[in-house]
Design a protein around this ligand. Structure first.
Ligand SMILES: Nc1ncnc2c1ncn2[C@@H]1O[C@H](COP(=O)(O)OP(=O)(O)OP(=O)(O)O)[C@@H](O)[C@H]1O
Ligand SMILES: [Mg+2]
Length: 313
């Protein structure tokens, strides 16, 4: 079988923010710590994690659009080429596209049609943009509307349309489905799936584990700014196949598995404990968990837990 090329490779990504506390005292907030993941051609990888776990920051790092007070370290490569901020800018919106989480990425003063077509005026682009609108159940006249005239769900569909007008090789979709009717949400995901089947690499960022399991190939679980597990979709058929205790709580929280809500919350980046970030909630904490825990291969996936596979691994 032909080896699939790796579209996106992220190694040991950390993102921090400089913040000023009480006057001139500067403090660094480590929002993402030691994150690694790959997306191959033809593959849809879903990143799942609760609010504040660093999902959008991951997307923004790859595209070179972190906020001004943010800096990153580590290595981000696209088809084997280590990316600089300059190169990210060149690829952005063309080969690498983002479906942003926030509607503030639309220009409030520009009608949606020209935004989708990125200013292109030729007949082919117009035809394609109308096809894209139709695909997501939007009337052709939507192209004449300004962003303030759109409902939340319409806006989300416009954001998706804007990203897929080109033929990207890497699509990063940051929460593309909230606010959408389930049928449209499924249509959106099946469209991303199609893009992957045609050879693109797709990174889907979502809270919705159930939807992710329907469309993706692999699931990467985020917790407090890092990844704790990488699993195949098929691993979610049985709780015992999952590698990290946090992933198992996500499994038990699914409607089909009892809707169990785990007590406690994910620590805020500024209060992340030393060692395993999940240790304060874990029922099986050992002394070693309070030291740095590495991310390692385990049973066809990845895990950041000393307990997976028996004692310290
Ligand atoms: N400009 C910034 N300055 C300081 N901290 C920031 C900044 N932007 C994000 N953060 C912090 O980084 C962490 C991760 O944020 P991020 O937006 O990536 O979360 P997320 O997983 O996308 O959450 P959600 O699911 O709510 O979209 C949060 O704790 C957030 O407060
Ligand atoms: Mg986000």
């Amino acid at each position: 079988m032909e080896e699939r090329k790796t579209v996106l490779s992220i190694r040991n990504l950390s993102v921090s923010f400089s913040q000023y506390e009480r006057g001139f005292h500067q403090k660094d907030l480590l929002a993402i710590k030691d994150l690694s993941l790959d997306v191959k051609e033809g593959e849809m990888v879903a990143v799942v994690g609760s609010s504040g776990s660093g999902k959008s920051l991951l997307a923004h790092s790859v595209l070179g659009i972190l906020p001004y007070n943010g800096t990153w370290t580590g290595e981000i490569s696209y088809y084997g080429e280590v990316l600089t901020e300059k190169r990210m800018k060149e690829l952005r919106g063309k080969e690498m596209v983002l479906v942003p989480q926030s509607v503030s990425y639309l220009d409030p003063l520009m009608k949606t049609g020209p935004q989708i077509r990125k200013g292109k005026k030729d007949e082919k682009s117009r035809k394609k943009s109308l096809e894209v609108l139709k695909r997501y159940g939007l009337d052709p006249s939507t192209e004449h509307l300004y962003p303030f005239e759109l409902s939340g769900g319409m806006t989300r569909r416009i954001l998706i349309s804007t990203a897929i007008m080109e033929q990207p090789r890497l699509v990063i979709a940051d929460e593309p489905t909230p606010g959408l009717h389930i049928d449209i949400a499924k249509r959106v995901l099946s469209h991303f799936r199609e893009m992957a089947d045609e050879g693109a690499g797709v990174l889907l960022i979502t809270h919705d584990l159930e939807l992710a399991l329907e469309a993706a190939d692999r699931i990467v679980v985020f917790y407090a700014g890092t990844n704790v597990e990488e699993a195949l979709v098929s691993d979610f058929q049985e709780e015992s196949r999952l590698r990290h205790p946090y992933t198992r709580t996500l499994y038990r929280a699914m409607p089909d598995h009892g809707f169990f809500a785990e007590p406690g919350t994910q620590p805020y980046a500024g209060n992340r404990p030393a060692g395993c970030p999940y240790a304060p909630r874990c029922g099986d904490v050992q002394e070693q968990c309070l030291k740095e825990v590495g991310y390692r291969s385990f049973r066809g996936g990845m895990v950041r837990c000393i307990k997976a596979g028996g004692e310290a691994g």
